[in-house]
Design a binder for this molecule. Structure first.
Ligand code: PLP
Length: 244
């Protein structure tokens, strides 16, 4: 790693005001998740909240953790490397899900710091993960990302290739492969995408379904989401990204 790539270690102390603000938004969100569970006749604990902290500082993660939030999602390995090692010194129970497209040259760091990698989506990445897990003697749990809308610009295995890819990953990774993840096309009704993902998971006996974000998590819970990935509804709106 050269100096330019070296992540800066971020401070983790937060103001009482930000602590109260995040405790308030998390409490409101937990109520909405519980209501969506009730509306779907699912038990309140059926859905796990992954707080998506991308672009927000480590101090916000510490504040959310102080308010009882344990599981966080980050898109970029490099950004997570700057935030999680210092946080884990004071909050050893933090769990990190990597939810962004994963390049094979980031696999070493990803296997080292992630508890869950949600975006396994191609054979070359499966190969790299298997090699790295052997080398490190550790493997995060894995979800396969499915490109349910077949969008050319989006990561995820194509729906028509998903059955074969899931079967291969199951034989290779065993119980480490726990489920599926999707991001429905923007502007479309997400419900058919959530249903398609749930059907695919059921066909392969996979129990984890990571689907639903700030704008559509209630619909995802109605269709069986076990994990919702929520950022803006907790932390506030992010500045526009300069790169995807
Ligand atoms: C940013 C992001 C989220 C959270 O989106 P919000 O609309 O802020 O809730 C969820 N999943 C993925 C893959 C993301 O990149």
């Amino acid at each position: 790693m050269n100096a330019a790539q070296m992540p800066l270690t971020e401070p983790t102390s937060f103001s009482p005001e930000r602590g109260a603000e995040l405790a308030h938004s998390l409490a409101g969100l937990r109520v909405r998740i519980a209501s969506a569970c009730a509306a779907a006749s699912r038990p309140p604990g059926a859905v796990t909240l992954v707080a998506v902290s991308k672009t927000y500082p480590a101090s916000d993660i510490a504040a959310a953790h102080a308010a009882g939030q344990m599981i966080f999602g980050e898109n970029r390995v490099q950004e997570a490397l700057g935030k999680f090692p210092p946080l884990r010194q004071t909050c050893p129970d933090l769990r990190l899900h990597l939810i962004g497209p994963l390049q094979t040259n980031k696999v070493r760091d990803a296997v080292r710091i992630a508890d869950v990698i949600e975006t396994l989506d191609r054979p070359a990445l499966a190969d790299a993960l298997a090699r790295e897990a052997d080398r490190q003697g550790r493997m995060p749990d894995l979800l396969i990302e499915v490109n349910t809308g077949s969008e050319p610009q989006k990561a995820g295995i194509q729906p028509e290739e998903a059955d074969a890819f899931i079967a291969q990953a199951q034989s290779r990774f065993g119980a480490k492969l726990t489920g599926l993840m999707c991001i429905p096309p923007a502007g479309a009704d997400p419900a058919p995408h959530f249903t398609a993902l749930a059907t695919l998971a059921a066909r392969h006996g996979l129990t984890v379904l990571s689907m639903g974000m700030s704008a559509d998590f209630e619909a995802a819970i109605a269709k069986g989401a076990t994990h919702v990935r929520i950022g803006t509804a907790i932390f506030g709106s992010r500045p526009p990204l300069t790169t995807a």
